[in-house]
Ligand binder design. Structure first.
Ligand code: NAP
Length: 544
């Protein structure tokens, strides 16, 4: 129970920085409510074998503290989950965040009180909190999607979802293991389980493209060089469409000769990483250009996988490369050459039910001791809609977003005053290196709150017109890319049965987005209605 200036939901990258910024920067009273037993958000929950970041750690990290980025030493190019979790715990200690983070506390509802211009927040422990501002730092990929398959409750073995991995781990040694799902997560966990299991059966519905990560121990000389050039690197990140510190290729895939194109793809494959997507300028906007990249990766799958039938089953044709979030891997396709791994195509023979012994498809029953769901998330909206959030007039967010999420800038929702959504739907968030987007949002929100406090405003709300125009702009930006072609992607809600098909993130690129947000702020928060404080008795001055 308590009254605060701000309640923040979630203690991952976003919630922790938000707390630091508001408490230590503006002097506000803030409490973070976090469902997990520790800080770290996605890196607390995703402790499955093989979990590691697909952005290089030197830039998938906080930039706001020069001291932190100078003193932290990364040990690998792509840090594994335990190292990223250690890093976030280190940041929590360094900035003395823990005293204002309440763990093991799941927010169940948040109701806006129009008379008091404040939020009433309730938790699963029966506690009540009141705050002028509610800030959701809930992550875009945090609401686990366990598919509703008949018979799961009858399964006699162990089962788990990768996004809610048991703290004590899972023992696969010598066991018959099934993995459902071949997205980024499946592609990371499959090679690891194969090393341990007696037999691994992969249930694949849609094949995926993947490029080698080429992970390696961190080169000390490179780390030194990064630290000497951090200013430049961080500036660069905010100037590239996806928040990475590299430029997208300048040439079209179609303007070079076939030999040159092949050589460039080979070099990109050898270098590895998400950067493969940036080999040419037009892979995400021109289908013909994209076809060349898609076909190159298909040829690599055929080259790596020894059994031609398995190779063909693993080869994607249904969507252009990178129109789903492109995975990067360590020995993913190679894993199918192992004797203890088999692939089941559940597109051609769908899963009928889960039995006490395993999975039954239309073709056969597969006996399993352990079943792993790498089946993704109810992305971008799931974490919001699993809470009962009610704005003006008691209107629920569920009702407001019935036909898909609507936000202004991915930062606020009309009808839900004084609530800010860090990397919410409608922001570039998940199409970028997420910590870069998070830091931008956190800073924008804290500047906005500072502006309100200095100007004597007690309430801010996105205008419906501004929100409508922004939703239109999000649609237009997606329409200029090939991204909507992956109909089953989570960008579109296509992975969740019954979810409205709406392209949710803003695909116009981070620099354009930052510029728009800056302009909105510079014009006195254009598109938002700001309401002056009603009572002069209340202290509206900025507390320092
Ligand atoms: P995902 O990309 O949504 O993949 C889920 C997989 O499960 C897909 O192969 C999907 O098949 C399959 N699936 C879902 N329901 C199914 C069902 N009922 N029956 C059979 N198969 C089913 O989820 P994810 O792999 O967890 O990745 C989500 C996102 O998290 C990624 O795109 C990425 O942004 C992030 N991530 C990042 C990292 C990293 O940084 N390295 C690692 C993991 C995840 P369909 O394709 O047919 O739907």
């Amino acid at each position: 129970m308590g009254e605060f200036d701000v309640i923040i939901i979630g203690a991952g990258f976003a919630g922790m920085y938000m707390l630091h910024r508001l408490r230590d920067g503006l002097g506000l009273s803030a409490r973070v409510l976090e469902a997990a037993s520790g800080v770290g958000g996605t890196w607390h929950w995703n402790r499955y074998p093989g979990a590691r970041c697909d952005s290089e750690s030197y830039y998938y990290s906080y930039s706001f503290s020069e001291e932190l980025q100078q003193e932290w030493e990364w040990t690998e190019k792509y840090a594994a989950q335990p190292e990223i979790l250690r890093y976030l715990n280190y940041a929590a200690d360094k900035f003395d965040l823990r005293r204002d983070i309440q763990l093991g506390t799941r927010v169940t509802s948040a109701i806006f009180d129009e008379d008091g211009n404040r939020w009433e927040i309730r938790t699963d422990g029966g506690e009540r909190f009141f705050a002028q501002f509610l800030i959701t730092a809930v992550g875009g990929l945090s609401a686990a999607n366990v598919p509703d398959i008949k018979g799961l409750d009858t399964f006699e073995g162990e089962w788990c979802h990768t996004g809610e991995w048991p703290q004590e781990g899972v023992d696969f040694a010598g066991k018959r293991v099934g993995v459902v799902g071949t997205g980024s997560t499946g592609i990371q966990i499959i090679p690891k389980i194969a090393e341990e299991a007696g037999h691994l059966t992969v249930f694949q519905r849609t094949p995926n493209y993947s490029v080698p990560a080429r992970n390696a121990p961190m080169d000390p000389a490179f780390q030194e060089q990064v630290k000497a050039n951090y200013d430049e690197i961080r500036q660069k990140q905010r100037k590239t469409p996806a928040g990475h510190p590299w430029d997208v290729g300048k040439k079209s895939a179609l303007e070079v000769s076939q030999d040159e194109r092949q050589a460039m793809y080979e070099a990109a494959w050898e270098r590895g990483s998400l950067r493969f997507r940036s080999t040419f300028s037009d892979l995400i906007i021109n289908k013909e250009a994209n076809d060349t990249a898609s076909e190159f990766i298909r040829s690599k799958i055929r080259e790596i996988v020894e059994d031609p039938t398995v190779a063909e089953t693993l080869t994607p044709y249904d969507h252009p490369y990178a129109t789903k979030r492109p995975p990067i891997d360590t020995d993913y396709f190679e894993t199918y050459n192992r004797d203890n791994v088999s692939l089941v195509d559940v597109k051609s023979s769908p899963i009928q039910e889960i039995t006490p012994k395993g999975i039954r498809t239309t073709d056969a029953e597969y006996e399993l001791d352990v079943l792993v769901f790498a089946t993704g998330y109810d992305a971008l909206t799931g974490a919001y809609l699993r809470m009962d959030i009610r704005g003006k007039g008691g209107r629920s967010l569920k009702e407001k977003w019935e036909a898909g999420p609507r936000t202004y800038l991915g930062l606020q929702i009309a009808g839900f005053p004084n609530m800010f959504t860090i990397v919410g739907p409608g922001s570039p968030s998940i199409l970028t290196n997420v910590p870069t987007s998070i830091e931008h949002h956190v800073e924008w929100v804290s500047d906005c709150i500072e502006y309100m406090r200095e100007g004597g405003f007690e309430r801010i709300e996105a205008n419906v017109d501004a929100e409508d125009a922004w939703v239109e702009r999000v649609n237009e930006a997606a329409g200029r890319t090939l991204l909507p072609m992956a109909q089953s992607s989570w960008f579109l809600g296509g992975n969740i049965p019954g979810k409205p098909r709406v392209f949710m993130p803003y695909a116009g690129g981070l620099p354009t987005y930052i510029q728009i947000c800056d302009e909105v702020a510079a014009k006195g928060y254009e598109g938002f209605a700001l309401t002056a404080q009603r009572s002069t008795a209340r202290d509206g001055a900025l507390k320092k």
